[in-house]
Design a binder for this molecule. Structure first.
Ligand code: NDP
Length: 451
């Protein structure tokens, strides 16, 4: 049978673009359709603009710390439109690069939302395309619960481009996005209140890390309320928002950011026309080869409900293209994936939490250090750093590594390679440190803590 394409990809986000260009490089005829923005969430309303805003927010601490090192300066003033415009210009540049990468790879870019009509046909903007295989890479979309006044709240789709800087902001949620944005707006000078419905935010992270991070983030000025949730939001005549909570307190804010997770973006995708089934959590069900129950339709990235991380979607795109078009068996190891929460200070983590390690291993050794980083000996900041290694006492194997501290994201990437390679505590001990760095503490923790 003759098809227009060997592979038709729906969604030009991180995973879709990677799969498209890799498949094309192996000789497949590929098209990718996109109705929003090339590069998807990560490039446009996620990782990239978020990190730029994190950099912007960190200057507040740098200005503060500089005084201890002898620098004197007038009180710095932050200009929101400058950051917003520079961010937008950078994203436009990246959008163009992504488009160029697809062009260079001979992938056809089709503008519009793809709708699957049958296992081999996708319709985009009224035009039908046939394909031997279809890949669904549509990602997710922010979810805002149905509270009265939710229309006054914003998600990460809007937060980067607010018309004016919110002097008072309420952030709802306790995941990566909520914690990161509370830190961003706090650093940029807003009065930030973060509401999380549970006892302690960052569910799923190591408990000690969660507690330590809460303590450090509060020291920076974020007002964190645990066991608190929004019951309704009103808009006042002067434009301010009144946020009512379940603990009887009311907040006045210029913006309310909901960071309460994301859901797969499946509306109008035409899944009812094919045998693609869903998981209980509402994600597309795939087997270990990213294949749906419709054998020629595949899915990857956030829409499949695995780890919602750009590098995971990229790795899946690469592995899928190799397996479908380069005669390689599909192989992807999801164990020991390091991640970072870009709060201030950062949280970097890889492997098991202490709770998981103690559940699965009878003899866990815990190494932990809490210290004042050298910079803060004279900066005037009371920021502390936590580092922690969890070791299987029977084999010496490192089960998990965690850090809360400056540059934890950068440091943890190197630790991740060691752990991926199966490093033991003896390997860490045999490694000579780089002095003076914070990172050297990871190779100088000698005695387990007795807890
Ligand atoms: P998460 O799913 O991580 O967190 C959602 C938060 O909102 C949780 O604290 C959750 O509480 C809370 N929540 C959920 N529903 C409600 C509700 N109805 N009312 C009140 N609170 C609610 O989502 P994020 O948007 O923070 O991040 C999405 C994903 O994107 C992450 O899982 C991560 O994989 C990825 N990401 C990664 C980043 C990075 O690598 N640095 C940065 C940003 C995102 P509870 O815990 O009680 O369920």
């Amino acid at each position: 049978m003759n098809y227009n394409y060997d592979l038709f990809v729906i969604g030009a986000g991180s995973g879709g673009v990677r799969a498209s260009r890799m498949a094309s490089s192996f000789g497949a005829k590929v098209a990718v359709c996109e109705d929003l923005y090339i590069g998807g969430t990560c490039v446009n309303v996620g990782c990239v603009p978020k990190k730029l805003y994190v950099y912007a927010s960190e200057y507040a601490a740098h200005f503060h710390d500089a005084k201890g090192f002898g620098w004197q300066m007038a009180k710095p003033k932050f200009d929101w439109p400058t950051l917003r415009q520079n961010k937008t210009a950078e994203i436009r540049r990246l959008n163009a690069i992504y488009e160029d990468i697809l062009d260079q790879a001979n992938v056809d870019i089709i503008e519009g939302r793809g709708k699957i009509l049958d296992p081999h046909t996708v319709e985009v903007a009224g035009q039908r395309y046939s394909a031997e295989r279809i890949l669904i890479a549509v990602g997710g979309w922010p979810f805002i619960p149905d509270v009265p006044g939710r229309e006054y709240a914003v998600s990460t789709n809007e937060i980067f481009d607010l018309e004016s800087f919110p002097e008072r902001i309420v952030v709802v949620g306790g995941g990566y996005v909520a914690v990161e944005f509370a830190g961003i707006f706090n650093g940029l000078g807003a009065q930030v209140t973060q509401l999380y419905r549970g006892e302690l935010f960052l569910r799923g992270f190591d408990n000690e890390v969660r507690q330590f991070a809460a303590q450090e983030i509060r020291k920076k000025g974020v007002d964190i309320w645990f066991n608190a949730d929004v019951t309704s939001i009103d808009k006042q005549n002067d434009g301010h928002l009144t946020v009512h909570t379940n603990i009887g307190k009311t907040l006045t804010a210029d913006a309310v950011l909901y960071a309460t997770g994301r859901k797969p973006r499946l509306a109008d995708l035409g899944l009812e026309n094919v045998n693609v089934n869903m998981t209980d959590s509402g994600h597309i069900q795939v087997n270990e080869h990213l294949q749906t129950d419709e054998p020629n339709i595949f899915a990857l990235g956030d829409v499949t409900g695995g780890l919602e991380l750009t590098p995971v979607a990229l790795a899946e795109g690469t592995a899928l293209a190799r397996s479908l078009y380069n005669n390689e068996s599909y192989r992807l190891d999801y164990s020991n994936i390091a991640t970072t929460v870009f709060c201030q200070p950062n949280i970097g983590t890889i492997g098991m939490t202490e709770e998981q390690a103690r559940r699965d291993y009878p003899n866990v050794e815990k190494y932990r250090t809490i210290f004042t980083p050298m910079k803060h000996a004279i900066s005037g900041s009371d920021e502390k750093t936590l580092m922690k290694l969890l070791v299987d006492g029977d084999t010496g194997k490192i089960l998990g590594a965690h850090m809360v501290g400056a540059d934890a994201g950068e440091i943890m990437q190197g630790i991740a390679i060691a752990i991926k390679a199966g490093a033991t505590k003896a390997d860490f001990d045999a490694t000579i440190g780089i002095h003076p760095t914070a990172a050297e503490e990871f190779v100088t923790m000698r005695e387990p803590v007795d807890e």
